[in-house]
Design a protein around this ligand. Sequence first.
Ligand SMILES: C[S@@+](CC[C@H](N)C(=O)[O-])C[C@H]1O[C@@H](n2cnc3c(N)ncnc32)[C@H](O)[C@@H]1O
Length: 251
Amino acid sequence: MLFTLVSAGVQAQDTEYRENCLKLRSPQLMKLPDSLKGRDIIELSEIFKTDKAPSMHNFIDVYKRHFDPIRDSVHRVFEIGIFNGASHKMWKCYFDSVEVYGIDIRQKPWVEKLGIHTFIANQAKREDLDKFIEFSGGEFDIIIDDGGHWMNHQQVSLGYFFEHLKPGGLFVIEDVHTSIPKFHDGFGVKPSLENTTLTMINEYIMTEKIVSEYMLPEEIKHLQFNIEYIELYKRKNSLHSTLCVIKKKEK
Ligand SMILES: C[S@@+](CC[C@H](N)C(=O)[O-])C[C@H]1O[C@@H](n2cnc3c(N)ncnc32)[C@H](O)[C@@H]1O
């Protein structure tokens, strides 16, 4: 009897929790509740159901390692690729006093109304990126690329935006596994693999030189001169969960 009662209580609680999570993910949401401020990043990833959560890519594990120590000093976050807004909402709740920016090729009005700055731009088109920098002012503490994941997307954005990252800032490229031959068809990977983001990263690790057919010479120079470190994370037993963290030198 006791077991039934307790279990009924847990079930009721679970249902309420699930309903609250669904409300937070709804396009009708008008405001992010203050009660989510200060929560753990892993919990927030599950609440908002971003694909960074443990139940999906589990990139959040890496984010926790890098972001927890700088949580109080981050004021400007920019993520490429908004989709339904899950991760942008998460950053807004996780960092205490932050302006969150996002670009996407599609309009996201339900995200904008939560105080997240959204802008329509193709991450592979420098003229769009110029307009975004004019709109936002750049100077980001953190930049995350979770956009289209094509080779030109990842490398144009890294080359272009690294200059707009503050000294000591972090640049994250998600889904670097799209460089793996298995995904040849969809992401602009050449059969020789010479143009892939993974090849570019490995080349840098071996020679400290950036080789990219998608970047401008001045972007390459800026990158080579300003990288403090590159870390590549590959999750065991998954070919779908590789990401890269690049730290910019402190000036
Ligand atoms: C994986 S979803 C983003 C998920 C979101 N960051 C999260 O973690 O909840 C990828 C998004 O990138 C956008 N996208 C695709 N190609 C793009 C491009 N060339 N420039 C900007 N955004 C792009 C898509 O429209 C989609 O909304």
